[in-house]
Design a protein around this ligand. Sequence first.
Ligand code: R5P
Length: 290
Amino acid sequence: MLVVGPKDGFSEELAENLKCGFIALDKRVFPDNEICPRIMLDNGIKDEHVVLVNRMQRPTDPNRYLVELLLTIKNLRALGVKKIDTVMPYLVYARQDKIFRKGETLSTQYILQLLKDAGASRLFSVSVHFQREEGKFHAPLPAFSISGFIPIANYIKKLNLKKPIIIGPDKKSGQFAKEIAEAMQCESAYLEKKRDLDTGTIETKTKLDVSGRDVVIVDDIASSGSTLIHAIENLNNPNKVICAVVHPVLTGDCLEKVSKKAEFISCNTIASPISKISVAARIAEFIKAV
Ligand code: R5P
């Protein structure tokens, strides 16, 4: 087994945890923004089992990240690799798993099909947006979602919080909050969130009394940050507020605006200034187990 990936610390950490070799992936960009990923080979890799990892960084560019992966999977197959486990710590396009409005595209399914058609054998990702449970999910190729909330729970446990309560900003993330609260043996709750599909604006209905308590707001993704800000603004009298997310997509001024109101931390599924919680060891465990 060999890990192929960019030299960003994450790929190397994955290789260490898998106790295998590492080959760097160089990602050259031409002046017109076309890319030329290159596997920095010394020797041949024919018949190898390759774990290909590509981690996005902030500012995120999902289209480029995807093309880098597709070109590299094709390249590995052309070089005679026999098995390719593709690790996308953040599965892009996973929020468009349904046709919400007439004429839209079923992006998630098409992206998964493209990975398979390029030659990926299996896909490993973290807290995939449309997937609630950890484990295998339905896709054109064998695909697995690994919980990023377990590493978050382990991190929060060490913080010595005062009367902690874990809160999901909406019903779906209420499940994540419950998962973390169970691991920490504390209380959880969720707020009611409504998003306008045309404008993207958010309305949060419930006000929660958390007087004198330390609150951890958890979610899978922070993109614009509106969901987290609305949740913070609907807490009455908290002692301390921490926002902990799996995927720090952090578009626009998300990082600045959330950091002004709370301590903001995330997993390292995307490289960013708040990516303090590593999921590499957990991905490695999962790859070894299935
Ligand atoms: C929604 O279903 C997700 O779980 C997140 O709550 C959402 O993607 C966060 O987006 P934003 O930061 O733009 O409010």
